[in-house]
Design a protein around this ligand. Sequence first.
Ligand code: SF4
Ligand code: SF4
Ligand code: FES
Length: 255
Amino acid sequence: MTAQVIPETVTPEAVQGAARMLEVRVRRGEVFQTFAVARRPNQTVLDVVTEIQREQDPTLAYRFACRVGMCGSCGMTVNGRPRWTCRTRVAEAATGDALVLEPLRNLPVVKDLAVDMEPFFEKWRRAHGYFEPGEAPPEDFAPVRPDEPERRKADAGIECINCGVCYAACDVVAWNPDYLGPAALNRAWTLVNDVRDRGQEARLAAVAGDAGCHSCHSHMSCTEHCPKALSPTFAIAGLKRETGRAALRRLWRKA
Ligand code: SF4
Ligand code: SF4
Ligand code: FES
């Protein structure tokens, strides 16, 4: 083995990091390709993928934008677990010195680690995950106090960054590709609690169907994996209650 030459300017941490190598297995279609990457202090999984793409194989496809946990575009499966990779340190995700990287589950693969998010966002549309101002919205801003119960319920789910990690973690999506999934339903719940919105009846009908909130098995995988510590399971439980109340209201109107 040839001796490693280390420049005098590197820190002791870097020396320690450089002495260890990561074995990174990357799924590329039906096969895995193995790369060796030096371990470095505070290295993230996204750093590793970027180093492979820049230093070893420029054809490797993956997606990222902000690198600070805001854009939601860097989701991948890391050692079997869906994660945001820009905020996941190698030290917490690797098994020893081994990383296995795969695309997010439950979405079509475009190439290598990049998935097509269109089906994910199509379900947001199907769940009416957009604000409905109504025919004649008031001209003034609606006063909504931060301590109002509805505002608090909406707040609990509003920080979603659309990363798809919960969607990849959900077994019901895997069994039933039509299922709206945790992120779209969580978004619908924030809007159900938006007192300014005028599209509630249609939204509740949209999430009450066969592929909607009542298909959720409440096994909390989405909640366990969400990198923003949101609880789509809680939001879906709220939708189950509200869709039930809406059904009763319809019955009373008919009676
Ligand atoms: S709680 Fe519901 S939405 Fe969340 S992972 Fe389980 S089945 Fe999917
Ligand atoms: S609910 Fe959490 S895991 Fe799901 S898309 Fe939003 S931020 Fe990502
Ligand atoms: S790159 Fe934006 S959230 Fe990871």
